[in-house]
Design a protein around this ligand. Structure first.
Ligand SMILES: Nc1ncnc2c1ncn2[C@@H]1O[C@H](COP(=O)(O)OP(=O)(O)OP(=O)(O)O)[C@@H](O)[C@H]1O
Length: 255
């Protein structure tokens, strides 16, 4: 599939016999930030769950970096370069921040070993992981400050940052984020939005599901509006934002 990081083709999926998605197609380019927006219950979270492998696929394909991953179990997907941060239960509360982050080492090692040029200056994968951990702490300084603290004691925003950081340490090609700013104070949500943009600018392809459609589209390159399990519109996010009917009809944004 032209080596695009992610191609979702005509996906029909749901929970057991309950069909939720009807022929959804989505594409993302390298380092592209794609927002998935739409009314409540339109299937946004289901789309991410389906890409990661948690639902029943009736028809269609999911292609990651040219490889068909439709039938690959979720547990293997991080090793292939797909990371998923669900909305809740995305950290290990009883472990410290650092322990949570270090859980990604096992995926990092395998990703590194299977990368085209594994020997970078002869450094060991463990050394490279430590370097990457440093980079992540620089990106999220609050996690460095709280590294010895149990993750369960973090604030909502800090938890989301930890969950995203943990996913990034797996060196994903594509990152799936499900409503990372839900229930956060506006200032904290804004900080997370800025980090998400930064992640895409560093070359990771991001699929972002958000309730805050306006803000998600403002930081995204392209957007998809999902309505009743179907793509009602896709296009550059600026186009969606500046389209009076679209934004009013589906996103509750009035101009
Ligand atoms: N585990 C499940 N089993 C059965 N039905 C489910 C399950 N999870 C979600 N659904 C149903 O799938 C439909 C789509 O839900 P989904 O969470 O994907 O929508 P959404 O667009 O993410 O909504 P929201 O913006 O409210 O989070 C809803 O009707 C929901 O009730």
């Amino acid at each position: 599939m032209n080596g695009l990081p992610l191609v979702v083709e005509e996906l029909h999926a749901g929970y057991g016999k309950l069909q939720i998605l009807y022929g959804v197609s989505v594409k993302a380019k390298p380092g592209e930030l794609v927002a998935i927006v739409g009314p409540n219950g339109s299937g946004k979270s289901t789309l991410l769950k389906t890409i990661f492998g948690f639902t029943t696929v009736y028809r269609g394909r999911i292609i990651l970096g040219g490889r068909d991953i439709t039938k690959i179990p979720p547990s293997r997907k991080p090793y292939l370069g797909l990371a998923y941060v669900p909305q809740v239960d995305n950290i290990f509360a009883r472990l410290t921040v650092e322990e949570n982050l270090k859980l990604s080492r096992i995926v990092f090692r395998e990703r590194y070993a299977s990368s085209p040029s594994p020997q970078k200056d002869g450094a060991s994968p463990d050394k490279l992981f430590e370097d990457m951990l440093e980079e992540i702490y620089n990106m999220f300084p609050v996690l460095r400050e709280r590294r010895k603290q149990k993750a369960g004691t973090l604030s909502g925003g800090e938890r989301q940052m930890l969950a995203i950081a943990r996913a990034l340490l797996m060196k994903p090609q594509v990152l799936l984020l499900d409503e990372p700013t839900a229930a956060l104070a506006p200032k904290i949500a804004e900080e997370i939005f800025r980090k998400i943009r930064e992640i895409a600018d560093r070359g990771v392809t991001v699929l972002l599901v958000e309730q805050n459609a306006r803000r998600a589209l403002e930081i995204a390159d392209r957007g998809y509006i999902l309505v009743q399990g179907r793509v009602a519109y896709e296009g550059p996010s600026k186009e969606i934002l500046s389209h009076p009917e679209l934004s009013k009809l589906y996103l509750g944004i009035s101009k």
